[in-house]
Ligand binder design. Structure first.
Ligand SMILES: NC(=O)NCCC(=O)O
Ligand SMILES: [Zn+2]
Length: 578
């Protein structure tokens, strides 16, 4: 692939007149719930027709997608572009980061506004919009961090969920003591406020106090190198926080989304909580954790080891990547993000003599799709529909962007990937588009990558050639009360600004506690009703045995005839992911 190093500004060309009509012919459309051989016609950034023998205006550009998959563009639910943390600023800004995203097949990212303790959330939100709006090459949304607690924060959360701001998710940290961490009381208040607002609380689940004490002990023993990072925060430290976050969410009668789940122990804790809780519990893992592992912390080269430092850390257990792929396939986890938060070498060196000063973060926004395809689809763990679910559709549903995003269908945004399942390449910092000169997937050979990436109807990766436009993307406002999270029951009439003490639990499940959402019986396990990727299909559902389209030996035989099917339609048993 080659890069256009000179970005074309939106004002510099007439994008619309040259590229407003596009036909993608002869491909296989893959949605989260089915696949079918159909053509797609796009006009003015919107999918206008899907079918065969379409009637198309003259002069329309045609892309021949024979032997390729036509999928909704990836949605990366977790990025940190231009983030100031631990004395440094992440290297990918909103231009370079979204450009790398598009190169890898992602057409929408959701970044995190992270206020400093004491800072107004509205002010931080305005800063993020200012950093992003003129730079993004694809659409983006925002989550907002709740990094401190006060009545003002509560009020600003309410304001942020209005149409003016378009926020429907808030992230709280159980780690980063003395920086972004909330104690359990404040976490409870924040989650409870989310529930009242019908917004989705997200947590970074690690026990910050245990990490702080372990760090002191390790440093006192002379363990100062990057290997200390993992040692200070092992799987148990993650799993304990997952469990605690779930308990707090249950007490607050709230759904919960756990970001970057990095270990088998953490997934087990989430499964156990699901078995007893009333509300939807969602889990996200990362490209990093399915694509590599914690053995790198032992590398004698500081640059190499430090480049892998992120939190929670990569795990030394070599079975972790496959287990996380299986968890994604089985709907134990619902999405894969990147947590892209790259730092230049000079910034990682801030922790040269003390691992706890190494700025946390890795690359992934560019390689997320190809890494998961390689590790999970090419190995037969997951089928292409589930791949679409976990890389795109579930994020669209959870964050209430669906079906504008996350689906190949008439009236959806023309954010598409023409995926070549046979395209082979070797991932390398020498050729990637990210701002740093290190790639945690360096040298990995992948089979399957995007050939074309269409962003709002514009071909931004054109037969491997990157042609992004700085500022072409737009901010996507997201409304609260996502059906995927809160079910299809109407929101309570009470104004959200009023605290409702009836949700305070005495610790035992009670029907009274569930009055803000549907009871768990009426929700699917995770809230994501997309089929899992490797289970036996119900009669009439997709047949994985009889197809003619071959992606790899393992998944040979995907049905070419099946049309898009909805397993749990509106009004059916699901929470409303349709
Ligand atoms: N994950 C990480 O190591 N860096 C980004 C900030 C965060 O999400 O914790
Ligand atoms: Zn993060």
């Amino acid at each position: 692939m080659t890069v256009d190093t000179t970005p074309t500004s939106v004002s510099g060309i007439n994008i619309k007149s040259s590229q407003n009509r596009l036909l993608i012919k002869n491909g296989k459309i893959v949605n989260d719930d089915g696949m079918e051989d159909l053509d797609v016609y796009i006009e003015d950034g919107i999918i206008k027709q899907v079918g065969r023998n379409l009637i198309i205006p003259g002069g329309t550009r045609t892309i021949d997608a024979t032997g390729k998959l036509v999928m909704p563009g990836g949605i990366d639910p977790h990025t940190h572009f231009e983030l100031e943390m631990m004395g440094a600023k992440s290297a990918d800004d909103f231009y370079k980061g979204t450009r790398a995203a598009v190169a890898g097949g992602t057409t929408c990212v959701i970044d995190f506004v992270l206020p400093q303790k004491g800072q107004s959330l509205l002010e931080a939100y305005a800063n993020w919009r200012e950093k992003a709006d003129g730079k993004v090459c694809c659409d983006y949304g925002l989550h907002v961090g709740v990094t401190w607690w006060s009545p003002q924060v509560r009020k600003e959360m309410q304001q942020l969920t209005t149409e003016q701001y378009g926020i429907n998710s808030f992230k709280m940290f159980m780690a980063y003591k003395d920086a972004w961490m909330l104690d359990d009381y404040d976490l409870y208040c924040a989650i409870e406020t989310c529930a009242e607002l019908r917004a989705l609380p997200q947590v970074h689940a690690e026990n910050g106090n245990i990490i702080a004490r372990n760090t002191e002990k390790l440093l006192a023993k002379g363990v100062t190198g990057p290997e200390g990072h993992q040692l200070s925060r092992d799987e148990e430290v993650e799993a304990e926080a997952v469990n605690r976050a779930c308990v707090i969410a249950n007490q607050a009668s709230s759904p919960l989304y756990i970001v970057h789940m990095m270990s088998r122990s953490a997934v087990r804790a989430l499964q156990q909580a699901r078995a007893r809780q009333r509300h939807v519990l969602l889990g996200e893992t990362l490209a990093a954790s399915v694509g590599t592992d914690g053995s790198h912390y032992g590398n004698s080269c500081f640059r190499h080891a430090a480049a892998h430092v992120l939190s929670p850390p990569l795990r030394p257990d070599p079975a972790t990547p496959q287990a996380l792929c299986e968890a994604l396939a089985d709907d134990d986890l619902q999405l894969i993000g990147s947590d892209n938060c790259t730092f230049h070498e000079k910034d990682k060196e801030l922790g040269k003599n003390n691992f706890c000063k190494i700025p946390n973060g890795v690359n992934g926004v560019e390689d997320r799709m190809a890494i998961l395809w390689q590790k999970a689809v090419n190995t037969g763990i997951m089928d292409p529909c589930r791949f679409v679910a976990v890389t795109s559709t579930n994020a669209a549903k959870i964050f209430n962007m669906y079906p504008q995003k996350g689906r190949v269908a008439v009236n959806s945004d023309a954010d598409l990937v023409v995926w070549d399942p046979k395209l082979e390449r070797t991932i390398s910092a020498a050729t990637h588009k990210q701002a740093v000169n290190f790639n945690i997937f360096e040298g990995q050979h992948v089979v399957g990558s995007p050939q074309y990436v269409i962003v709002n109807g514009r071909v931004c990766l054109d037969d491997g050639e990157l042609r992004v436009v700085e500022g072409f993307g737009k901010f996507i406002k997201t409304a609260v009360d996502s059906p995927a999270v809160f079910g299809s029951a109407p929101a309570p009439a009470a104004a959200p600004a009023q605290l409702d003490v009836s949700h305070v639990s005495n610790g035992s499940p009670s029907p009274d506690l569930g009055n803000m959402t549907k009871s768990v019986e009426s929700l699917s396990v995770s809230g994501c009703s997309t089929p899992t990727g490797r289970k036996m299909r119900e009669p009439g559902a997709r047949n994985l045995q009889t197809s003619t389209f071959s992606i790899s030996k393992e998944i040979e035989g995907l049905d070419t005839k099946t049309s898009v099917r909805v397993r749990n339609p509106p009004g059916g048993k699901s929470s409303g992911l349709w």
